[in-house]
Design a protein around this ligand. Structure first.
Ligand SMILES: [Zn+2]
Length: 273
């Protein structure tokens, strides 16, 4: 069995100097390839650096480059060019994390929208897929995406936590859906359970969003309370349960989907899996 974690915040300080151990545990759990999320120019540079330093093969670690909507206010005249440089690197496979977050509103909404437009224009120009963040902003996100969708190779709404209406609108626009351990949360994730069957094969991908979103159903619970990509197997278990599919099947089709979406190489299953 192989899994691909399409969103891990490996540059987060809580993983500092433990990145290699975290990756070894991920590989041992069957997480064969990982996409390191970039959420700022500096963070995207760091993620690319980690891909180079921690993956001699050049086949397991890849990254994204973008500015998170929380930090849209940090966007300057230079940002676009800096991102463009990063996005031309071979290990960088998507534009993002970018999008709209009207839940926390850490940056003013008009600013978030302007910065999202800039990301989408970059993705069109470079013909790269987009890694999208959306919280309580599906209608505006859909309206903006509609202007670009025909010219974008693909876009994934990462960490989907919305309602059926938003899911169906995203699927109608031929978007991909990323599911995290949010679905393992008995307090706020159960509305996602019946939606799992509605996502067609080839549109569904799995992600840890580590160190955030430790699956609450995980047993035994890790003492440090920190999520890591090795626990993606718990997200797999929960998604498979609600789709009525075997975990092996969900692993196979979500991995094939992620490999196609991010243009990742196929890799041999190692003996340790
Ligand atoms: Zn996000």
């Amino acid at each position: 069995m192989q899994l691909i974690d399409i969103g891990v915040n490996l540059t987060n300080s809580s993983f500092a100097s433990k990145e290699r151990e975290v990756l070894e545990r991920a590989y041992a759990a069957g997480v064969a390839q990982l996409i390191l999320t970039g959420t700022s120019v500096q963070g995207s540079e760091q993620a690319l650096q980690m891909c180079r330093e921690l993956d001699e093969s050049g086949e397991r670690l890849f990254s994204t480059a973008g500015v998170h909507p929380h930090s849209a206010s940090d966007w300057t005249q230079d940002t676009e060019q800096q991102l463009q440089g990063l996005l031309k690197e071979n290990a960088v496979r998507a534009v993002g994390e970018c999008g709209l977050d009207f839940n926390r509103d850490f940056s003013p909404r008009p600013r978030q929208e302007k910065v999202l437009h800039a990301h989408l224009a970059l993705a069109v120009a470079l013909q790269l897929p987009v890694f999208l963040h959306e919280r309580e902003a599906d209608e505006r996100l859909l309206a903006i995406l509609r202007e670009y969708r025909d010219h974008l190779p693909g876009a994934v709404v990462h960490c989907f936590t919305g309602e059926k209406r938003a899911l169906f609108s995203y699927l109608d626009m031929d978007l991909h859906i990323g599911i995290t351990g949010w679905i393992c949360d008995e307090r706020r994730g159960t509305h996602l359970h019946p939606l799992m069957r509605e996502i067609p094969r080839g549109r569904l991908m799995l992600e840890s969003d580590a160190p955030y979103l430790l699956p609450r159903s995980l047993r035994p619970k890790p003492k440090n309370g920190r999520n890591e990509p090795a626990y993606l197997t718990e997200v797999l278990r929960e998604v498979a349960l609600h789709r009525g599919e075997r975990p092996e099947d969900v692993a196979a089709h979500t991995t094939a989907c992620a490999r196609a979406f991010f243009s990742l190489p196929a890799i041999q299953e190692s003996a340790t899996f």
